[in-house]
Design a protein around this ligand. Structure first.
Ligand code: EPZ
Length: 429
């Protein structure tokens, strides 16, 4: 295992180019299975979750190669519809191979996905929509055997919660179903529209992606396509917040500000000066201590994203006054609170509500990443804290933040990656 060792206090300033969106690249790579032929994908970030997805693609018989900065996936030799448990457990988004395999092979033999331990993360909505399309689902001994050899048929579905992954699986499977599929209360995240754009480039007929109600007219088959994934709105705001926490300034390039409105509004209300010169750039400058944050309540897009909750809790921990953060999406997404308390943060949690009393300083400490976004938040806390912070288990951070310590160091951060001593006790961080 490895850790980040951070000497706090450096003011971040400079430019940063935003990586491609992890939560767009992962479903699009899976969807390439349904596009019989070669897909060329630009902007896929170099992350452990992306590498895990490529391993699954190859295990299914797809050919994968890098071509310059692009990933090329050729599914013409797809020959398997079974994904071994050890690969399924690598990450949550492995479940989004369900729709592509049913579309391409008429079968899928999977197990429960892995992913960040931020809640129970059931897959009932995925299975409900697949059954609506005519899929026979047998759940036994933790495995899922799904059969659609009789063919997928269009259906009317509604999600009781706008699940991102369930919307993605349905869009992909419905693309080659016989007839029309209508999905209401669909997820509206920008990554949904990006996946629809990729599928439509492959010949699908998907309408209304990102607007809450989806219509998919099934087509005979999908062909290969070329696509560039959208910028990652969460890592973009991670770097903005890093500059804000250190009283610095940053120019983001390759961003999509229109995907970040809810988060940018909170940054401005906390005292950050934000300029949107237009196009894909964003400039942030922060002087002095953040003001208390407006009440944050995580919501499905376009509300405040749950993936930014931990980042903004760090900002609140250093703000003047008390801030209230409510996590409505995942039931176990406050695990960074105990770690921030080790750094001197004053946070009270009642169920899904955290009350954060801002402090003038945080102290460096030994802390532990418990999921991707919490790990990134702890790194940011270390940048702003006095003294040294060691963040352990940073493999969580490597799942979603590309070249994280290198890019932060280019902005002036004092951060290095260290391998933990093998004999080191796995002491409570
Ligand atoms: C996606 O996860 C993202 N992951 C998550 O980002 C993100 O936090 C989440 O959407 C919400 O925006 C990827 O795209 C790979 P959901 P997903 O299905 O699809 C419940 C990150 O850090 N639910 O929208 O798993 C579920 O329990 C990750 O990048 C069901 O009840 O999210 C949760 O409470 C973390 N039944 C809520 O819906 C289901 O069948 C949201 O889940 C599916 C979901």
């Amino acid at each position: 295992m490895s850790s980040f060792v951070i000497q706090g206090g450096a003011r971040l300033e400079g430019e940063h180019t935003v990586q491609g969106a992890k939560n767009s690249a992962l479903p699009i790579l899976a969807a390439a299975v349904a596009a019989r032929g070669e897909c060329v994908l630009h902007g896929c970030p170099d992350l452990s979750d992306v590498r895990a997805t490529l391993t699954i693609l190859e295990s299914l018989g797809c050919a994968v190669r890098r071509q310059g900065g692009a990933l090329v996936v050729d599914s013409s030799c797809l020959c398997r519809c079974e994904i071994p448990e050890r690969l399924m457990r690598e990450m949550r988004s492995s479940i989004v191979f369900l729709g592509p395999l049913l579309s391409a092979m008429g079968c899928a033999n999977l197990s429960a996905p892995g992913g960040c331990d931020i809640g129970e993360r059931p897959i009932d909505l995925h299975l409900e929509t697949m059954r609506a399309l005519g899929v026979r689902v047998i759940e036994e001994n933790g495995r899922l055997r799904c059969d659609a050899r009789a063919g997928l048929r269009g259906a009317r579905c509604s999600l009781h919660f706008p699940s991102v992954g369930a919307t993605e699986n349905l869009m992909i499977a419905a693309s080659t179903a016989k007839g029309v599929t209508v999905l209401t209360n669909a997820a509206r995240e920008p990554e949904i529209a990006d996946l629809a754009a990729f599928l439509n480039a492959c010949g699908a007929k998907i309408y209304g992606a990102g607007e809450g109600a989806l219509v998919v007219e099934g087509v005979e088959r999908l062909h290969g396509a070329e696509h560039t994934v959208i910028p990652d709105r969460i890592t973009a705001v991670t770097f903005l917040t890093a500059a804000a926490l250190t009283g610095g300034e940053i120019l983001l390039r390759g961003a999509r500000p229109s995907h970040m409105d809810a988060m940018l509004s909170v940054l401005e209300q906390s005292g950050c000066r934000l300029c949107r010169p237009g196009g894909d750039t964003l400039y942030l400058r922060m002087q002095g201590r953040p003001r208390r944050l407006p009440t944050i309540r995580t919501m499905p897009y376009p509300g405040f994203p749950t993936d930014a909750q931990a980042l903004f809790m760090v900002l609140a921990a250093l703000a003047e006054g008390a801030s209230i953060i409510t996590e409505t999406i995942f039931e176990n997404r406050f695990r960074h609170v105990a770690q921030l308390r080790r750094m001197g943060a004053f946070i009270r949690v009642e169920g899904r509500v955290a009350v954060v009393e801002g402090r003038r300083f945080l102290q460096g400490a030994r802390v532990e990443a418990c999921d991707l976004r919490a790990g990134a938040a702890l790194v940011l806390a270390g940048l702003a804290a006095e003294g040294e912070t060691r963040v352990r288990k940073i493999e969580h951070v490597d799942r979603g933040c590309e070249h994280f310590e290198g890019d932060l160091a280019l902005l002036g951060a004092n951060i290095v990656r260290e391998e933990d001593d093998l004999g080191q006790e796995d002491e409570e961080a």
